[in-house]
Each structure stands twice: as C-alpha cells, then as structure tokens.
Ligand binder design. Structure first.
Ligand code: ISL
Length: 534
C-alpha cells in the first residue's frame, strides 16, 4: 500500500485573518471571528486552514512583519483564543497550518533592536554592511536602509521595516527550530513558508544592473537554502510528521523540483508562480491581455513537472480569479464555477482563498487613498516619480494591487457584507448585496453550492484525488484534460470564454456547471464539465 498523506487527499482553505470576520466591531477580522465560521468551513468540506500571520506585529505588511513569533497580535485576540481555534478546528477535523515568515522579521522584533545596538550575541542576526550593494527590493526601490543607531546599512528585500535575517548565523537556525517546536507542540499541522527560496544569500556582490530585482541571482534558490530546508525537515518537521508548502518565487521547473520532490526531503509542496504570471510583461504592474491558451500550457507543464502540485488561482497577494481569468459581470456565476471545476480537478492539493467560494471580485476603489497595501503605495509613488501618467498609474494599481483580494469577506447583505459591525480597515466591496455567503447558502444554483458539490464529489472520487494528468486538447479558450487512476478515467472540459466551443468529446456528465446528463460535444459559455468519455 502506498503511503498517503492527508494533504494528498485534502483541500486547504486560506484565511487572511484581518479580512475574514470581525467579532468585536473594531474593523479588523480576528480569531473569534474565525471560530464563529468554522461550521461553515466544515460544511464546505475543507481539511485544513492555512492561517496568514496572526503573530504580534506592527502590521506594516499586515503581519508579514513579525515582532514576536510566539505571541498573538492583540488585534487578532489572545493565545487562549488561538488555542481554542485549534481545538474547535480539530473537533471538526480541520487542521491548522501556520504562516512561517523567516526571511525577515519586523524591525520592531527584539532581535533587530538588539542587533542595532550591537548587543553581544545579536550582532549578526541580520545582514549589515558599511556600503549597500545595488540590489532592489520586492516592493520597489533599493533593498538597503541606513540605521543611525548602528551606523550601518541593513538589507531588507521587502519593506524597510522588514530586515532580512542572516541565515549564515547558526543562531538563526536554533531560534527558528525553537519557534517551529513551539507551534508544533501546540498541535498545528505544518507551515506555509513565506518566500522560502530566497532566505539564504550566497554573497552580497552587486547584481547585474536591472530595474527589477537586481541581485536576485545572489539569493535565489541557493545551495544554502536547500541545506536549511533539509535540516528543518530532518531535525524538527519529520519528528512531528508536519506538512510544509513553500512560497517559492520565480522558480522554473528544475528549481521547483529541487525544492519539493519527495526524494529531496525539503518541502512537501511549492506554490509555483508561473501560471499566475502569464499576462505579465516583466513585472505584475505591466500586463497584457489574458490568453487562456498560455495559461493552460503553463498549468499543464507544471502538472507534469512535479510529482505533486499545490494548485491555486488566488491568495492574499493576487487579484480575484473570477475578475482576472473569468467574467465578473454577466457570467459571474458560470465562470466562477468553471474556475472551481478546474481548481478541484487538477492533480495535487487545491487551495481555496477566503471568498473565492462565493466568487468575490476585484475591488471597486476609486482612488489610491482608499488602498492600504504598502506595496501598492510604494509602487504608485515610484511610478509617479518616474513620470508615468496618473491614468496609467491607476490602471496598474487597479489590475494588480494586492488589496484586490483583501476586502472583507462578504457574509451577508448587512452593511459591509456583514464582515464587521464597525468601520472596516479597508473599504468593503459595494457588490456585497448581490455576492454574499448567506444568499448563496439559500440559492441552490450558487457558486458556493457548486463548490460544496464539487468538493463532495472529489472526496468520493479517487481518480480526481490520485490520478495522473494528461492534456487532451489545448486550443484558444478550450482546455480538456484526462485524469486516470488504476484504469479508471475521467475527462475535464473547460471553456474560458462566452463563445460556445465544439470539442471532439462526448459522454456521461458526472458533474458540471450546466445541468445535463449527457455531454454532446459543445461547451456552452464558460462551461466546465467532468465527464466519462464514451
Ligand atoms: O505580491 C507579490 C506577487 O505578486 C510578490 O511580490 C510578493 O511580495 C511575494 O510573492 C512574496 O510574498 C510573501 O512575502 C511578502 C508578503 O508581503 C506577502 O504577503 C507574502 O505572501 C513579504 O513577507
């Protein structure tokens, strides 16, 4: 009997806590809010929650700047709340996966404060230099800032309040192992590892001059990083049979394989980015029209590249998939369901991002002041500085800002979609009266009920959970693939357009977003169907 892990049969649901559900009316989502919705998540049929950071943080990057890895930020609640969440989730067979951010900390972390003061033992916790190199940061601009107190520059690949840890210092390995044990002893199931393939810097040489991430080569998927991952796994994670999924930026298939193929004993899964970048021209701020065919080819390539995939179309950094790959107007319902059909039928673990299961859409902001994201504001300012006209700047932000996915989850048609009874930290989306959880629970034909049906279908269907993947047709807006397990087969047919499409397949429909028993060879607008080919 081949050994199966829970995550090979399971579905993961990502919660971005500050936007999920506010229980106390302060405008920010919190842990009690999450607990109050666990029944709904159980009903949806998920197996695990990946919790974006809830640790103590000054929230410059919404918690991805951690000031204390072993404390809960008061904004989200207390450690008692967290323990209760774990227990309540467990009672519903839902695991909790924590977000592990170990490339950097907050500048308010005690380690950084001590390092600035050159306190004994802490001098080398971060990457200090007398002279900065030419590396650029992920949020635009340079990657170094001067610290007056220490009289040296420090490296920060993200916001200036997020100094990079110095993994060459063996103390960092010790500290992180201790943090892992702290959470694993509580009973968490594993970790989603933030920008994990850039933690180890080979050297601090200048990178080839480039406006985008000069220096990447010097810290991208380095041997040092692989060594760290192997040690974390061997020395801690395996002891708890813990699960890891790495957020691995800019990886090609070879680099991806090296990070997560089983024999490497590093990560269990990776979030590759290539399928999320097919409309990009260099960086996400410059986009061309979405071409489904390119998207399908990229997905198919990665399905073959890895033994096991982490499949996602959304997260807290990406625009909403129905607005991006589907049609959030006339075909909102159909296209959101079609995307669900794809997400839940690819080989690998499906990741659903909060609100995706009701087809939440991109934001409806009208000015930059309504946005909060540090990255959006940085990029907007840089674009202004280099003379990009206002209209273009705004369209860059509109299509690509991370705040597209960060508006409060729309639970009902109450003010602010029922996300909060107070003033939400980020303006709520005006479409909550038509797109919300409560009404979709009642509506048999809703996106939500389709997710539930598909998830239930998948749970009972080992071909979907375990089968191989083979593309059968990739043409224009049509994607057809076959899954096969122990001689049993099924075929998934998708139409990424509102134009009907003829396809050379017929058969009995098992499930789909158009109600029918037989599939006769024509895909309707935004149709997604799973059939047994005759
Ligand atoms: O936003 C992005 C993708 O379009 C990236 O540049 C993103 O910053 C990168 O994927 C890293 O993301 C992760 O680490 C960041 C944090 O801001 C993101 O929210 C997190 O997912 C720094 O911790």
């Amino acid at each position: 009997m081949e050994e199966r892990k829970w995550w090979q049969d399971g579905i993961v649901y990502q919660i971005y806590p500050r936007s999920f559900c506010d229980s106390n009316g302060d405008g920010y989502g919190d842990i009690q809010g999450i607990i109050s919705k666990l029944d709904k998540l159980q009903d949806l049929g998920i197996d695990a929650i990946w919790l974006s950071p809830v640790y103590k943080s000054p929230q410059v990057d919404n918690g991805y700047d951690i000031a204390d890895y072993k404390a809960i930020d008061p904004m989200f609640g207390t450690m008692e709340d967290f323990d209760r969440l774990l227990a309540e989730a467990k009672a519903r067979n839902i695991r909790i996966i924590m977000d592990l951010v170990i490339n950097h900390t907050s500048d308010q972390h005690e380690w950084f404060q001590r390092s600035r003061r050159r306190e004994k033992g802490y001098e080398d916790y971060y990457i200090w230099a007398d002279k900065p190199n030419n590396w650029g940061g992920f949020f635009g601009g340079g990657a170094w800032d001067f610290d007056e107190l220490r009289g040296q520059y420090y490296l920060h690949l993200f916001a200036k309040e997020q100094p990079d840890l110095n993994w060459r210092n063996p103390k960092i390995m010790e500290e992180v192992q201790d943090i892992l044990r702290f959470w694993l002893d509580k009973g968490v199931a594993g970790f989603r590892c933030d920008v994990i393939n850039i933690i180890w810097k080979n050297d601090l040489e200048n990178g080839f001059p480039s406006p985008i991430l000069a220096g990447l080569k010097h810290y991208h998927s380095t041997p040092g990083c692989h060594a760290v991952l192997r040690r974390l796994r061997r020395e801690v994670l395996d002891e708890y049979d813990a699960y890891t999924v790495g957020e691995t930026v800019f990886v090609n298939e070879d680099q991806g394989r090296d990070l997560c193929e089983p024999h490497r004993k590093e990560l269990d899964e990776i979030f590759a980015f290539e399928h999320m970048e097919t409309e990009q021209v260099g960086v996400k701020w410059f986009k061309r029209a979405f071409k489904p065919e390119k998207f399908f080819r990229t997905i198919a390539k990665w399905q073959h590249a890895l033994t096991w995939n982490a499949n996602y179309f959304e997260n807290h950094d990406q625009p909403r998939s129905v607005s991006r790959f589907g049609d959030d107007g006339k075909y909102h319902n159909k296209s959101a369901k079609m995307l669900a059909t794809m997400l839940l039928t690819l080989k690998g673990t499906p990741f659903i991002y909060e609100g995706q299961e009701i087809g939440m859409t991109n934001f409806d902001f009208t000015s930059i002041d309504q946005l909060q994201d540090v990255e959006s504001h940085n990029i907007y300012a840089i674009a202004k500085k280099i003379g990009i006209p206002e209209a273009k700047r705004w369209s860059m932000i509109k299509t690509s800002s991370r705040d597209n996915a960060r508006q409060g989850v729309q639970w009902s048609d109450a003010p602010h979609g029922g996300f909060t009874t107070g003033t939400p930290w980020l303006k709520s989306n005006g479409n909550y009266e038509t797109i919300n959880y409560a009404s979709q629970e009642k509506e048999p034909d809703s996106v939500l009920n389709y997710y539930k049906a598909l998830i239930a279908f998948r749970r009972e269907n080992e071909v979907l959970r375990r089968g191989s993947f083979k593309e059968k047709l990739i043409k224009g807006s049509v994607f057809v693939y076959e899954r096969e397990y122990k001689g049993k087969k099924l075929t998934v047919l998708l139409n990424f357009s509102e134009k009907p499409q003829k396809v050379p397949f017929k058969g009995h429909q098992m499930i789909g977003n158009y109600e029918k028993k037989e599939f006769y060879g024509v895909l309707g607008p935004w149709e997604g169907a799973i059939i047994e080919v005759e």
